[in-house]
Structure formats: structure tokens, C-alpha cells
Design a protein around this ligand. Structure first.
Ligand SMILES: O=C(O)CCC(=O)C(=O)O
Length: 306
């Protein structure tokens, strides 16, 4: 059977883009995904939104006006599975990291219908991930035209380099801090220096479908709501390079399938498959896998939704 390999991107990342990512923690990357991929992702996202998974049904946050989404769709939908192993995404991650290996971490949808008032509060993702390591990135791919004031992802420049190991900034924490009557207890608040940034430090871009904001999980990122006329769908594909190991501890990521990994082990295997230099052969075979019910319930209990 021929080896499944990722396509080449329509163009390579430039040295300037890689340097800007390392310096700023985020870059806009345009012109790497074909129109075919953009259309396929767009159709697949619509399908997921029209047929919400149990995870989506339990976690959609319309009450806070923040839209909806899903995660690990590559386990349940063939287009996202193909995206992992055949799209150019793994090669783009490899160019960004300068790594030998590239491992798929997970994918996610963030969708806000037209008229969504709630912002996605600025937060970082690193503290919620069950991993240790430096080579981690997210590709936030716009599927609708959007800009900094219409729900495109915005990123606080250089915040991935801030020393805030003792001050994780979660989305729910920011939400509480920004909402006066439910202010977080002082002991839980991030340090003030972590909260103090000004607009000049916030990166934001106008994006067309297929444009990606590629960002570091330690960078503070967020988005406004949408305008009255147009919704915004984003597909996020997260990737790992060399030297990333499994560290489940306090992670709040929904791990709804057995990863078959022990703490400290290099990432890989059936839930986090290697894609480069050679794909994890077993994972390349498409077979939809519904989440394990007990793992789903455990996750929902952890986030207070069960
Ligand atoms: O798209 C959004 O509104 C938020 C995205 C986000 O937080 C993420 O991609 O980690």
C-alpha cells in the first residue's frame, strides 16, 4: 500500500515569517492552502455544526454569547482525518519548527453566528494542554472573511515569552475577571503585569477564507464577537514538533479516547499520531471512532457540565 504523505504547501514559509513567529508568537500565513482544501474544510465544518456531537451539545456556550465548536473531529469525520495526513499542514508546522518529526495534536472548530455579542476572552492555551515541550503551534484557519474587529483571532505580541508559569490565564478566568459581579478571588487572579497590555501590542489581521493565524500556545489570544450580518467559522489544527512529551496532570483538554501513553513518554500513537517524517501507519486508515462514553462523562464532570 503506498505511503500516505502530506501535500506540499502552495508555497513555503519564508525566513521572515519563521523569525516573526519566534519573536511575536503569531503570524498571518496566506496562500499555503489550496481552494480545494478551503472548500472541503468549510463543508465539513458546516456538517459538524449541523450535526453537533455530544461534546458540542454539552459545551456550546450560547448563554455567554460565545458560539460553539467541537474538538478531535479527525477521529469522527473523514475530511478532518484526511486533513491530518494529506493536507500541507504538517509540512508547514515542520518548516515553522525546523523539526525532524511532526505529530498531530488535535483539531477544533470555533464558530460564531452573525450577531454573536460575546468576545472570546484573551487567554493562553499552554496551561490546559497535557504536554511538556516547546515545539507546539496552532493554525487558526479562517473559513469566512473576518478582521480584528469582526472576530478574527487577535494575539498579544510577544506574550508567549512572558514568564508566567505561576500565572496561567485561562479563558474562564478572564471571563470572570472581566465580569465585575463574578470577579475571580484574588488568589486565583493572574499577576497584574500579565493582564496589563495595550492595544498597540495586539496583533490582528484582515483574513480571507484559507488564511491562517499561526500562533504559539503560550501567547495570549482572543477575538471579538461578530457583526450583525456575518458569522465567523474557524478551523484550528494543532501540531507538535520534536521533544514534546505527555504530561496529563491538570490538563483540561477533553481526552475522549485512550492515548495509550504514560506520563513522560514522547507524544505519538493512535490519538496523537506521527505524520512526519513518516505517518503512523495504523492511524492513516480511516475508521470513524466515537468517543469513549466514560471518558466523555469524566471530562464533563471536570468542567462542571455533568
Ligand atoms: O476563535 C476563537 O474565538 C477562539 C480561538 C481560541 O481560543 C483558540 O484557537 O485557541
Amino acid at each position: 500500500m503506498p505511503l500516505v504523505t502530506p501535500e506540499q504547501p502552495l508555497r513555503d514559509l519564508t525566513d521572515d515569517e519563521v523569525a516573526a513567529y519566534r519573536r511575536d508568537g503569531a503570524i498571518r500565513v496566506s496562500g499555503v492552502f489550496s481552494q480545494d482544501w478551503v472548500e472541503r474544510l468549510s463543508d465539513a465544518v458546516d456538517h459538524v455544526l449541523a450535526n453537533p456531537s455530544l461534546l458540542t451539545q454539552a459545551t456550546a456556550d450560547f448563554s455567554a454569547g460565545r458560539g460553539t465548536g467541537d474538538a478531535f473531529m479527525w477521529k469522527t469525520h473523514s475530511t478532518f482525518h484526511e486533513f491530518v495526513f494529506r493536507s500541507p499542514a504538517a509540512r508547514i508546522a515542520q518548516q515553522l519548527f525546523g523539526s525532524t518529526t511532526v505529530t498531530a495534536f488535535y483539531d477544533q472548530i470555533f464558530a460564531k453566528p452573525a450577531g454573536t455579542k460575546g468576545a472570546s476572552p484573551f487567554h493562553e492555551d499552554a496551561s490546559s494542554f497535557p504536554i511538556r515541550g516547546e515545539q507546539v503551534c496552532a493554525m487558526w484557519i479562517a473559513l469566512d472573511p473576518c478582521g480584528p474587529d469582526s472576530s478574527a483571532l487577535r494575539v498579544v505580541r510577544g506574550s508567549h515569552l512572558w514568564d508566567r508559569a505561576d500565572a496561567p490565564v485561562s479563558s474562564s478566568l478572564m471571563q470572570r475577571i472581566r465580569t465585575d459581579e463574578r470577579a475571580a478571588p484574588a488568589a486565583e487572579r493572574p499577576r497584574q503585569d500579565v493582564l496589563d497590555w495595550n492595544d498597540e501590542q495586539v496583533l490582528g489581521w484582515d483574513l480571507e477564507p484559507g488564511d491562517a493565524v499561526v500562533f504559539h500556545p503560550g501567547a495570549l489570544h482572543g477575538a471579538t464577537g461578530t457583526g450583525p450580518d456575518r458569522g465567523r467559522r474557524a478551523f484550528v489544527s494543532r501540531w507538535l514538533g520534536d521533544g514534546v512529551t505527555f504530561k496529563p496532570d491538570d490538563a483540561v483538554l477533553p481526552i475522549l479516547w485512550d492515548p495509550g501513553l504514560t506520563p513522560g513518554e514522547p507524544m505519538g500513537g493512535s490519538l496523537f499520531p506521527k505524520v512526519l517524517p513518516e505517518p503512523d501507519e495504523a492511524a492513516t486508515r480511516w475508521e470513524p471512532q466515537t468517543p469513549e462514553p466514560e471518558r466523555l462523562n469524566q471530562f464533563l464532570r471536570k468542567i462542571g457540565k455533568a
